[in-house]
Write a new protein. Sequence first.
Length: 326
Amino acid sequence: MSASERLTQVFNRAKQNPITFTNNDKFIIFSDTHRGKNDWGDDFAHNQLLFYHALNTYFEDGWTYIENGDGDELSENWSFRPIHQAHSHIFWTMKQFHDAGRLIMLYGNHDAVRCYPSVVKRTLYYYYDFRQGIKDSLFWGVRLHDGIVLKHQESGKNIFITHGHQADFFNTYFVWLGILLLPLWKNVFQKLLGWPDPTSPAQNRWKKNRVEDHLINWADENDQIIIAGHTHRPWHPLPGEAPYFNSGSCVHPRAITGIEIQNGTIALVKWWLNTKPTQSDGVDEYRRLDRELYLDRDLIMTDQAGNPIEPIRLVDLVFPLDEDSE
């Protein structure tokens, strides 16, 4: 089965039960958080506070959180318990979204074991509270998807959201081999010798370009908006290009990136730590170099000349295929 056929298969399943939304609804999409157990191999650890405060901001402002695959690093860590213990503050915030009916979760290749409902139930329905010595509810009743479709009521546009590993041959057909070999590779070849993971599009430029070509071609051939992750490269289309978006990842060295959908628009954003001069009265020369550290959120969308552009309106993107013509 080709990459296009695999993506179409996921899309056809997802559009049978679309999630209808309006201009009043707001979605934040993060992918590839790769939460680990806060050891040297946890790529998420250095951004956990960025992610925590960004997610809390979205919750307080009434957004729905869509986690688009590779949320937990279950390829390197075969047990979920140490991941939950290491990042309990993150899961506490996600639980708030879940309890409010505003959490949607998809699985990717690094948490592919959650394609099985029994694994979802065992790893996400509850957790063990060591302080009280009891099991407590986490995301009770949650369902994980390989793809979803958001249907915009005002424009009739469909937005297809999937992790994107379906466009990656190895991480579709040999994902279980990767789960068996990745801990060995991470602890021996990568830790001791510094070799990158050859199966990961995030660490292999040729593989990244190939996967993205498949995703862009699918969006172009099907006249369908698609939002993916997997490659870790943030992406938005320019006018006239195929409607392919990528949320990037939450393991960048100095920032996390995501995609916002609000007011009938799609925007690519970055959260990062920034500084500004300390506000002080008087002209104290000793204090003039002082800076305040704060959490900043920026649009990271530019045109071909590198000039900033506004969020992209859904009505300006290519219409999806009419169902009667399929």
